[in-house]
Structure formats: C-alpha cells, structure tokens
Design a protein around this ligand. Structure first.
Ligand code: AMP
Length: 212
C-alpha cells in the first residue's frame, strides 16, 4: 500500500500516519520532520528550508522532491509507505508521477480553519517525533514526553501569525491536489474529529476498501 496523507497544518496527519503505520506495518515519512532534522543539524539544505518554514511558506519543490526521491528509492519502502505532507503542490505530485511511483490512495483529513487555529495553539512536540495537545492529547506528566521523557516544546512555526500564513499556503497551493487525485479516483476524505480515536476509526474504515 502506497498512501499519501494530506490536510491542513495541525489536521492530524502525523497522528493518523502513526496509527496506519502501526496497523499496516509500513513506514511513514514526514517531509516536515525531515526538514526540521536538517534545520537542527544546520546543513545547507536546513538553512535554506528554515527561512521558508519560519515564514509559513513551502520549501522550494526541488529540495523536497530530492529528499523524497532518495527516501522512496531506499529498501525501507519496498513493501509500501505513507507520505505525510508530500506532495504539497501540483508540481510535487507531477514529480512523484514522473518517478514512476504508483499511489494506491490519498487520504485528506478535513478540519475547519477555526479549529486548526485552536489546535495549533495547544500543540506541543518532542525531539523524538511525538506530538501532543495540552487539552486533547495531553502527556501523562505536563510538559514531558510519554515516549522518551524529554521536555516538550512549541514548534516555532506554530506561532499564531505563522499558522494563518500556513493555512493560506495550504488553501492556495496544496488543496488543489484534492481535485488532482480525485480525478484519478484516489481521493478519500475524512473529517478530523475532536477525539483522535474517532478520527482513527473513520480513517481505518475509509481505507479498508483499499486493503488487499
Ligand atoms: P509539517 O510538519 O508537515 O507541518 O511541515 C512543516 C513545514 O515544512 C511546512 O510549513 C513547510 O514549510 C515545510 N514542508 C513540509 N513538507 C513540505 C513539502 N512537501 N513541500 C514544501 N515544504 C514542505
């Protein structure tokens, strides 16, 4: 199963990717996580990416396409994969087609903008990749990661004004992908609900028709 998960920032792509990855035993890759790792390492690529990320804009297509190309050609992906946050523009989707990668389904998690703004203000993340929300998915001990015990922090690009910019970028550049994939008969839309487990149930149900 080769799956793409899309949705506005904070819609729950990462959380649902984890659930699907565990259930189907296929790796999930987030371009956002890969870019944040490059920023942390201070690589040339990371420096270029940081300016765009901090401004709530997309990192140039050629950078992310290069990263994804390397990843998809690795052995890890031979039995399937979940792409979390890629493609995010029509040229990225066309590049994926040009790589000869066959996509089986595209899941869009739909959450209204006002909810996104509320969710992002409460999001806390960990360097290990885990993600929490102070109200909806609180860690057992406030401010501490359940998985690895590190201190949680707020992502720089979760600042309110950056979130609004990221939503604008999503609607203008990423959302047109829904028509692109609907035309190929691959799009499945699921409403992102208040409780993670309810969204997961709907996601699994929607994807069950694609299971072999
Ligand atoms: P995310 O963690 O998926 O919300 O991504 C965080 C940020 O990384 C985005 O706001 C973009 O600046 C950048 N980013 C992640 N994936 C992509 C992509 N496929 N294309 C361009 N920029 C991306």
């Amino acid at each position: 199963m080769n799956l793409i998960i899309m949705g506005a920032p904070g819609a729950g792509k990462g959380t649902q990717s984890e659930k699907i990855s565990a259930k189907w035993n296929i790796p999930s890759v987030s371009t956002g996580d890969m870019l944040r790792a490059a920023v942390k390492e201070g690589t040339e690529l990371g420096k270029k990416a940081k300016t765009c990320m901090d401004a709530g804009q997309l990192v140039p297509d050629e950078i992310v396409i290069g990263i994804i190309k390397d990843y998809l050609s690795s052995d890890k992906c031979k039995d399937g994969f979940i792409l979390d946050g890629f493609p995010r523009s029509i040229p990225q989707a066309e590049a994926l087609d040009a790589m000869g990668v066959k996509i089986d389904a595209v899941l869009s998690i739909e959450v209204p903008d006002e909810k996104i703004v509320e969710r992002m203000s409460g999001r806390r993340v960990c360097t290990c990749g885990a993600s929490y929300h102070v109200a909806y998915k609180a860690p057992k001990v406030a401010g501490i990661c359940d998985s690895c015990g590190s201190a949680l922090y707020t992502r720089d690009d979760d600042a309110a004004e950056t979130v609004l910019k990221r939503l604008e970028t999503y609607h203008n550049t990423t959302e047109p992908l829904k028509d692109f994939y609907a035309a190929k008969g691959l799009l499945v839309c699921v409403a992102g609900r208040e409780e993670v487990k309810d969204t997961t149930a709907d996601v699994m149900n929607a994807l069950s028709k694609f299971e072999a």
